[in-house]
Design a protein around this ligand. Sequence first.
Ligand code: FAD
Length: 462
Amino acid sequence: MPATHTAEVPRDLHARLVRALGEHDVLTDPELTASYETDWTRRFRGRACAVVRPRSTEQVAEVLRACAASRVPVVPQGGNTGLVGGSVPRDGELVLSTTGLAAECVVDPATGEAIVGAGVTLARLQQAARAAGFDFGVDIAPRESCTIGGMVATNAGGVHVLRHGMMAEQVIGLEAVLADGTTVGRLPALRKDNAGYHLAALLAGSEGTLGVITRAHLRLTPALPARAVALLAVDGAEAAVELVRRTRGTLASLSALEIAFGECVELVVERLGLPAPFASTPPAAVLIECAGRTSPLDELVAAVTACDDLLRGSAVADDEAGVRRLWRYREAISEAINAAGVPHKLDVAVPLAAVPRFVADVRAQVAALAPHAQALIFGHLGDGNLHVNVLGLGPEDDAVDRAVLRLAADAGGTIAAEHGIGVAKVGELELVRSAGELAAMRAAKRALDPHGILNPGVLFAS
Ligand code: FAD
């Protein structure tokens, strides 16, 4: 989405923002705003009229009051690692970066909970939790950049959902600022508090369209520092699903069940210069991780041995370096794809049993609609969550996108498993949401943001 025109912040709004935040945190110089205007994939970009970096909830509230008064639309942005184009401006909006809301990161060892500013990165929270003998339930690859606010706003998933659930399930309470500048949510929150609508639940996954999350009260998980990982070569999706069926119930320490199809393994090896994990590239590789207080290696090896008839090769590790090395074949896929081109990223989920048919149908559709394009498929197999990445398409060329999303919906799945709708999938919600559900969502949006200033164009086209 190329920028179409030069945006300018209205003079009186600019003066009010500078009064509230200071010159240093109101950016209009294109050299300074550039990195806030392009998304991680480089597929989505647009000009911002300004970028502001509030450092407190009160400053966020003043920014929103000022923008509401001037009717200037606002794009909330955290670490800008989102993959559906929702964190960057489209047409001269003001970018509200939450990275300045990072002063607070307090772990309470007595409750196993933490209160953190929305701009705190996942890596920082993990570090603080681990120092206190805990961990955080959600883990995703861009942990050094993605923020807690962005993770709540997208309801991030990641590799441990089958054990700990998604981001919304870690949230005890939120503080947020609504479009008119009203601050809602009381922290610390309570684990049990059924006094009316659960606004935190509504904000989780709202993609910056209902409010700006400023602080979060989160539950932590017990630390499980001993890990064992197996990378298993299999003949394809059928064998991978059978592997899941056989191991899921038997592995009490199971913490991740991931898949990378052969083309992804090959690309990671080629682009990142890693040694090939198997003598020849298998049609698919399944990664199983177990985690416990003591090494779960024996349990993992026993489960893998029982699946010997499904395997073409295997590599197992329980030392830190070995575990990290095996994870690279799965975690580095997005990085390798980005190094190869500008991908269309389609994050879908289908029922586990439907995975093999879905994968075959996707490959057939891509070959038919865009013979020059390459489909790369990987994801969180244990959740039926596949990331279909397509290289070789133009930014606006969405025939393949629409076909893949329809296949997911037809298979009883969803068009947005964990990345959200953003601008990438606007117009496709009808595939998986009824007219009644869409009307309820629009009513919530109108009630909380009557002038439509929060992230316009995300979730709904207008
Ligand atoms: P941003 O990208 O800045 O914003 C994302 C959305 O949230 C935007 O709509 C934005 O407007 C809104 N937003 C941001 N902050 C706030 C706030 N404080 N209040 C209100 N709205 C806000 N995601 C997964 O779920 N699972 C994965 O396994 C995963 N793997 C990834 C791997 C790679 C290599 C990359 C680059 C991304 C991956 N992602 C994954 C996607 C991304 O990291 C997540 O969506 C993450 O939650 C985004 O956080 P962020 O701080 O970067 O948010």
